[in-house]
Design a protein around this ligand. Sequence first.
Ligand code: MTE
Length: 305
Amino acid sequence: MRYSDVTPKQVYLNRRRFLSAGAAAAAALTASLPSRATTKLDGVQPTSYKPAGEAVTSPDIITGYNNFYEFGTGKDEPAKRARNFKTSPWSIQIGGEVMAPKTLEYDAILKIAPLEERIYRHRCVEGWSIVVPWIGFPLSALLKQVQPTAKAKYVAFESLYDRKQMISEGAAGIRFPYVEGLRLDEAMHPLTLLTVGLYGETLPNQNGAPVRLVLPWKYGFKSIKSIIKITFVEKQPVTTWSREWPEAYGFYSNVNPMRDHPRFSQATEHRLGSGRLNDLRNTLLFNGYSEVASLYTGMNLIRDY
Ligand code: MTE
């Protein structure tokens, strides 16, 4: 099962053309549906991360055009179906190869480090991109609290899967819970954001409320939503999309214009909602975040995709 199996190509292409043609109105239709109220996040530090010359994508697109398979495989489904998703109380269990395992409640997570706005480019493997004003703090601040042991080489993440609130594995075409993983140095990198907000407010449900990851140099699917568990491990953990289709989705999934997906070229991307008709741009290695290059020195980025 793969993106293109669950989203018939023609439907997907039509939808993409529609959006890339600057038809924010299409997304606005979805966004105008009532959704769970988000609340303002106080004390958010202004951004020092803003890609030069890039306009932030409109909230209608960011909150109306989503991948969140637990709430459906159509781009407009998460906004509708996650409307009543219960995100409180919420806690994250952190354990594995650590000296001090912990379960942290949502309110305690918000107090771990100052909240900052980070405007990141977001590149989806399907060939579209957006620019998003996230709010959060470096994941490293949370991970340091549990004191990883010398055996900890990777970090595994798990999303909530609640069959009462979410669709079945059969309907989604992938196994749940959604799982992701990072090498420890990737998880500790200052760009890796533990994300709790968007556009000045708490995360909308469809964007992964109440806590998700955002890694701007990797394809969007690495940025796991609605996290309930973080485990330090010795061996490379299983990840959802590489389990479902290993030839298409690797463990690293760094944005790389030279390494095509079997169905989608990675050389270029359609910027959604820029107001320009068919705004096609060249995709950059690491999505332009060249400061992460040193994490992969000596690796073959075509083989280790
Ligand atoms: N996390 C979970 N739990 N379930 C998902 O289906 N989709 C991924 C990622 N995280 C997904 C997930 C994919 S494919 C993308 S592109 C991004 O979330 C989309 O994030 P956004 O909807 O906030 O743009």
